[in-house]
Design a protein. Structure first.
Length: 389
């Protein structure tokens, strides 16, 4: 098994893999993003980048994430929790690379200029098996939105970059999302299927570069930088706001209906649009804040100093002044216990608790759970006065 060094170009492509689902569905989004104010990197994005840095360092060195506890990337310090989660990804990659005639490549950059100019990216990890299957493995550190391997345009984009110039019959596309209940998902496609997707990808890129490329609202808008100025997002929010809601005039106080009095169709429509509208509202708030911070005027609002929590200036000096009393003993993390005593010896001392239920769209791939009707038991105690949507 060998490793390859990462190329230096980490710039994002306008028609890159991570945003492929969005720009392939909403062809006009790239044009609209050019008109949107520049966005700062979010805390969640920086956390994900830090996790990727940890994974890369671990894979290229000891293979043990806990060795890097205390290191910091983009303001995020590696703690036991991050080390344990990223170790799930590292363990999977190292296991996939075991065996003869396999080659592990970490963080290799690629370009898809053979499809259309300006397309490029990098693969987190890929395992090449001589005369066998190429596996592309992608780390997803986020936990707010579960990602699936089946028919995933981002993974297929990565697959095209990994397989170009090589002779493989099948490409295995794998997602490792360690902070959710089912962290590992894979889907295998043929090279013919991948090449067909490459053709679709090229047509979609051409469409995004047309001046009159159409906009389309939907769940793909989740991370779009142009949500705040998108007319289709406004239209979707307006449709939701007026749908069976109490009549609101200039002289009446705005109100929302009691969910207990909604019919099933109204509930379904609101749930279908709720995430998109919430993200749109958040983007409007971010846009207004950016405008104010840039010296613009937002009627009825002002900027004030936020509240900051105190932090230790120097832990070393604090320890010298007060001694060990500034610390409290606590149980070692799972990763450290496994490293200290061995995985097999400590395995029986841990359990995975039963997860709760999630309400998702009917097209979700997971099987439906049959539950008994219990709502009548709670009619007397449930109120909806303070529910936020």
């Amino acid at each position: 098994m060998s490793t390859d060094t990462k190329q230096q170009n980490r710039g994002h492509s306008v028609v890159g893999a991570s945003s492929a689902h969005r720009w392939m569905t909403c062809k006009g989004s790239n044009n609209l993003i050019k008109l949107a104010p520049p966005q700062k990197s979010s805390v969640h994005a920086d956390l994900g980048t830090a996790a990727h840095e940890l994974a890369e360092h671990a894979l290229k060195n000891s293979g043990i994430c806990s060795d890097y506890i205390g290191m910091e990337w983009l303001g995020h310090e590696v703690d036991e929790e991050m080390a344990e989660f990223v170790q799930v990804y590292v363990d999977y990659v190292l296991e996939a690379a075991k065996g003869e005639h396999k080659d592990l490549i970490i963080e290799e950059s690629f370009n898809l200029d053979f499809i259309r100019e300006g397309m490029h990216g990098s693969n987190d990890a890929m395992v090449l098996e001589f005369m066998g299957t190429l596996e592309v493995i992608d780390l997803k550190y986020g936990k707010g939105k579960e990602v699936f391997a089946l028919d995933n345009p981002q993974l297929k984009y990565y697959g095209l970059g990994a397989a170009h110039g090589m002779d493989f019959k099948n490409i295995k596309l794998t997602i490792v999302q360690p902070r959710i209940q089912n962290p590992i998902k894979s889907h295998t496609i043929s090279m013919e299927e991948l090449e067909k997707f490459g053709e679709e990808l090229g047509v979609a890129v051409d469409d995004t570069r047309k001046e009159d490329a159409p906009l389309k609202a939907g769940e793909h808008c989740f991370f779009c930088p142009a949500k705040a100025i998108c007319p289709e997002q406004r239209k979707a929010a307006q449709e939701l706001a007026v749908m069976d809601f109490a009549e609101v005039t200039a002289t009446t106080e705005a109100s929302l209906p009691d969910p207990a009095h909604m019919d099933d169709l109204t509930l379904m429509n609101i749930l279908d649009h709720a995430k998109g509208v919430k993200k749109w509202l958040e983007s409007v708030q971010a846009y207004a804040k950016h405008k104010a911070e840039s010296g613009g005027y937002v009627k009825g609002y002002k900027l004030v100093k936020g509240r900051a929590n105190r932090k230790v200036l120097s832990e070393t000096e604090l320890h010298m002044a007060f001694g060990d009393e500034i610390y409290e003993k606590k149980l070692l993390g799972v990763g450290k216990l496994e490293k200290k005593f061995g995985k097999a010896k400590v395995a029986d001392y841990f359990y995975k608790p039963e997860a709760g239920l999630n309400l998702v769209h009917h097209t979700d791939k997971k099987p439906e759970v049959e539950v008994s009707s219990t709502i009548n038991d709670f009619d007397s105690i449930i109120t909806y006065d303070n529910v936020e949507f």
